[in-house]
Design a protein around this ligand. Structure first.
Ligand SMILES: C[S@@+](CC[C@H](N)C(=O)[O-])C[C@H]1O[C@@H](n2cnc3c(N)ncnc32)[C@H](O)[C@@H]1O
Length: 216
C-alpha cells in the first residue's frame, strides 16, 4: 500500500497546510471552495486556509458565544486552533465559560497548544489530544461545534447528543451540497427526529441545529 493511502490524503493535506502557515503566517485570502447552488459566490467570503473555517464563520462563532453565553463549548477538530481562539474571545467577553477542543493528531495538537499558549486566551481553553469518538466530557454542553473528519460527524453528534443542552446549539461545519457527507449526516439526524437543522449557505456550509425535543 502506498504511503499516501496508508496515512490518508486528508492527514497529509493538514500537515502540508500547517507547514505553509509556519512559513508565511496566517494569510487572509478570498475563499476558493467551488461555488454551489446555495452559495454561488464563495469569493465574497474570506479564509485563512482551506482547513480553518471561513472568517465569517469565525465571526459567527464568536457572536454566537456572546449571544447565548455558554458555560461549556465543545469543539471537535482543533487544527491550528483559530476557531478555538475565536470561541475563547467570545467567552472572555462574557467573562465566563470554557471551551474544550480535541485534536487527535499529535503534531497538529502540539502546534495548536503552542498557538494557544501564546494567545493570552489559554485560561478559557482546555485542549485535548484525543479523538472525538473517545473523548469523555462531564456535564452539559451548551454549544457543540463539530469540525473534525467529515465521515465521522454523524457518529460524533449521536455520541454527544444526550449531553447537549436541549436549549443549546449544535453547529456542523462543511455541510455544503458539494461536501455532501456532512449535509447528509445532518439530514439523517433530522430524519431520525433527533435534531432540527437550518442549512446556512456559506461556501463550505454550516448547519445550525438544536435537539428535537418537546418545546417548553
Ligand atoms: C477542518 S480541521 C478543524 C478546523 C478548525 N476547527 C478551525 O476552524 O480552525 C479538522 C481537524 O480535525 C482533526 N480530526 C479529524 N478527526 C478527528 C477526531 N475524530 N477527533 C479529533 N480530531 C480530529 C484533524 O486532524 C484536523 O486537524
Amino acid at each position: 500500500m502506498s504511503l499516501r493511502r496508508l496515512f490518508g490524503k486528508k492527514e497529509k493535506q493538514e500537515r502540508r497546510i500547517l507547514r505553509q502557515i509556519e512559513r508565511s503566517g496566517d494569510q487572509l485570502q478570498p475563499e476558493y471552495h467551488r461555488p454551489t447552488p446555495e452559495c454561488p459566490h464563495p469569493e465574497r467570503w474570506q479564509m485563512y486556509d482551506s482547513m480553518t473555517a471561513e472568517v465569517e464563520v469565525l465571526e459567527f462563532l464568536r457572536t454566537l458565544v456572546t449571544t447565548i453565553k455558554p458555560e461549556l463549548v465543545v469543539e471537535t477538530g482543533t487544527f491550528s486552533a483559530i476557531s478555538t481562539l475565536w470561541i475563547a474571545e467570545g467567552l472572555k467577553a462574557n467573562g465566563r465559560g470554557r471551551v474544550i477542543s480535541c485534536e487527535f493528531d499529535e503534531p497538529i495538537y502540539r502546534n495548536a497548544k503552542a498557538r494557544i499558549e501564546g494567545s493570552g486566551l489559554a485560561e478559557w481553553i482546555e485542549l485535548r489530544n484525543e479523538s472525538s469518538l473517545e473523548m469523555k466530557i462531564e456535564g452539559t454542553i451548551d454549544l457543540f461545534f463539530s469540525d473534525s473528519d467529515m465521515p465521522i460527524r454523524e457518529q460524533e453528534i449521536r455520541r454527544f447528543l444526550p449531553q447537549i443542552n436541549p436549549c443549546g446549539i449544535i453547529l456542523m461545519h462543511d455541510a455544503s451540497s458539494h461536501l455532501k457527507t456532512v449535509r447528509d449526516a445532518a439530514l439523517n439526524l433530522e430524519k431520525d427526529g433527533l435534531i432540527s437543522a437550518v442549512l446556512l449557505p456559506t461556501p463550505r456550509g454550516l448547519v445550525v441545529a438544536q435537539r428535537k425535543l418537546p418545546r417548553s
